[in-house]
Ligand binder design. Structure first.
Ligand code: FAD
Length: 555
């Protein structure tokens, strides 16, 4: 059997390697149009930053090492240009000219291409995507040649990694993002924390605005101006283009394979395309989102690698049962980690999925052990208690929690399950009630009616129609509070509950503290005393993160 794989990086190489482990007698040929195979594209930003100094560290394998270890026939600088499905052949362009190659099974793993919006000037040599080792080489060379100002177009995962890398190299960096906040997959109240971290490290952000052109600069002092839609101009010696990717599927399209509306290749549950002898994996295919059911590409390395492995199994006659994709992702932004799994609140809203969200700010390990760092977490649940998604931002312990949430999502866990998870604990590592358990407890309380939440989006209604009760200490209140709020520290509430009744005068009470914990205690006192009470989810910390423009009253 001859298996031909198009694309020799994440999905393609996983497929080829797995196929060899299952079938020693198969002929396996990998076609890669670039000069390198099996390189660590996820490591590219860290080569730009110089954290990975040695370029060779990114090159995980060579055609020679793959021949030696797995008897793979890896052909670099070989581009598949056409597929003849009737004859079962691939046309290849290489230095040797045009040739054809027959296949018994063909695997398409061509990945994605950087989106290039139709803006004048994006073809200038100073504008680079960051997708390949040669891209990283060129960006490093420009930095070495004295580039001082960089503009990064797009504040997604790769854009932020590029911004961090270039700042680490001493450049003055500006990020331009069309969406309403940086890291658009992150919910707003967490994205603002990332934005503040970028600001603290001197990265300029132009958010909610589009670039309209890149123009050659007339002056000698910089190379181009990035022109924004409001007419402002950002001088730059280097522009990184990272406004997203689109599936690289022209080969599949020309071969008449079924594509979805996003241009991604349609596959069945065995990664077979509409042609039973052609499989496809990775950034180029449509997948189903595990929570929203949305169908489209989700360009991540983990799914691509696992799909490659399963395609090999399918080709060799085994049954595979891929799980829908959760979109679990993590990024480091200077001193912060931001991570997501499952559906964000905005994705749930867009999909019309009923949910409620809890916010919490626990320490990443026991608060009394030195070095505890706050984690800012959100988690969304269905009305029957099923976990739908979780996000986190913080200096430490975020990746661990999001990985537990991802595992819980895959297992279909509920608030009750999270509350009962038995996680490793000693003071330097966690808490006896881990943030994951706490998330479950809070959601359990909401589901049981023990806790009623209100949210930053309801602030105006609450200020107009309810008594805002601030149960923080007097000192915290004086430093900044909501206009018109009554301050009764939670420890004094039982003795001063008449004051609440008098001030509320029949209106509901909307209680809050700094993080939502003390006000939860107050909420229990109030609701058991007969008040219509609700507690601000995540407290003033979440409120200010969701509404950074909000001005508190001092004194
Ligand atoms: C800078 C960067 C950082 C990233 N960081 C992360 C991260 O931290 N975490 C994460 O989960 N994901 C990350 N990703 C995404 C991840 O790398 C991709 O999701 C993954 O590599 C997709 O695998 P793939 O096999 O579909 O495509 P790729 O790995 O992109 O491989 C596709 C290969 O196919 C080749 N090819 C295309 N067409 C042809 C043709 N016609 N003939 C021959 N060869 C062809 C291409 O040259 C390419 O080498 C990052 C990506 C980049 C660029």
């Amino acid at each position: 059997m001859r298996i031909v794989v198009v694309g020799g990086v994440a999905g393609g190489m996983s497929c080829a390697a797995r196929a060899r482990r299952l079938a020693e007698d198969a002929e396996i040929i990998v076609l890669e149009r670039g000069e390198l195979v099996s390189f660590a594209n996820c490591g590219l930003p860290y080569h730009v930053s110089d954290e990975i100094r040695d370029r060779a560290a990114l090159l995980l394998q060579t055609p020679e090492s793959l021949r030696a270890a797995l008897n793979l026939d890896v052909r670099t600088r070989h581009e598949a240009t056409a597929i003849d499905r009737g004859a079962k052949t691939v046309t290849i362009r290489s230095a040797a000219g045009e040739t054809t190659l027959g296949y018994d099974a063909l695997v398409l793993a061509p990945g994605a291409r950087a989106i290039r919006p139709p803006l004048p000037g994006l073809d200038l040599p100073i504008v680079h995507p960051l997708r390949t080792v040669p891209d990283a080489d060129r960006i490093r060379a420009m930095v070495a040649d004295g580039a001082r100002r960089a503009v990064v177009l797009g504040a997604g995962f790769i854009g932020l990694e590029a911004a961090e890398a270039l700042r680490a190299r001493g450049l003055d960096v500006t990020i331009v993002e069309l969406a309403a906040h940086v890291l658009p997959p992150l919910d707003e109240e967490l994205a603002s924390l990332v934005d503040a971290e970028l600001a603290a490290h001197g990265v300029h952000r132009r958010i909610g605005i589009a670039a309209s052109a890149v123009e050659q600069s007339p002056g000698p002092e910089h190379a181009v101006d990035v022109v924004l839609s409001d007419g402002s101009r950002l001088p730059a010696d280097l522009v990184v283009l990272s406004v997203g990717v689109r599936p690289d599927t022209s080969l599949a399209k020309d071969a008449g394979l079924d594509l979805g509306p996003t241009g991604a290749i349609r596959v069945d549950g065995s990664f077979r395309t509409s042609d039973p002898r052609i499989w496809a994996v990775g950034d180029a295919i449509e997948v189903t989102h595990a929570i929203t059911g949305a169908i489209g590409p989700i360009p991540l390395a983990g799914p691509a690698n696992r799909q490659g492995r399963m395609a090999a199994e399918s080709i060799l006659g085994r049954t595979v049962t891929p799980a829908p994709v959760l979109g679990t992702a993590v990024v480091r932004v200077f001193g912060l980690t931001a991570a997501i799994t499952g559906a964000s609140q905005s994705a749930l809203d867009a999909a019309g999925i009923e949910h409620f969200t809890v916010h919490l700010h626990p320490g990443h390990h026991a608060e009394y052990f030195p070095g505890a760092e706050q984690i800012h977490l959100t988690a969304s649940f269905s009305p029957d208690g099923r976990l739908l998604g979780a996000q986190g931002v913080g200096k430490a312990g975020v990746d661990k929690r999001i990985d537990v949430f991802a595992t819980a999502l895959r297992a279909g866990m509920t608030a009750d399950d999270l509350a009962e998870l038995e996680l490793a604990y000693a003071p330097p590592f966690g808490s006896a009630k881990d943030p994951i358990n706490m998330t479950g407890f809070i959601a359990q309380n909401v589901l049981a009616g023990t806790l009623e939440l209100w949210y930053p989006s309801e602030l105006e209604d609450a200020m107009n129609d309810a008594l805002i009760l601030d149960v923080r200490s007097r000192g915290e209140f004086v430093r900044g509070h909501l206009k018109g709020a009554l301050n009764i520290p939670h420890t004094e509430l039982r003795g001063r509950i008449q004051e609440v009744g008098a001030a509320a005068d029949g209106r509901p009470v909307r209680v809050h503290c700094e993080s939502g914990f003390r006000s939860y205690l107050a909420h229990r006192v109030l609701s058991q005393a007969g008040f219509d009470s609700a507690n601000l989810s995540g407290g003033i910390m979440t409120l200010l993160a969701a509404r950074p423009e909000l001005e508190l009253v001092t004194g």
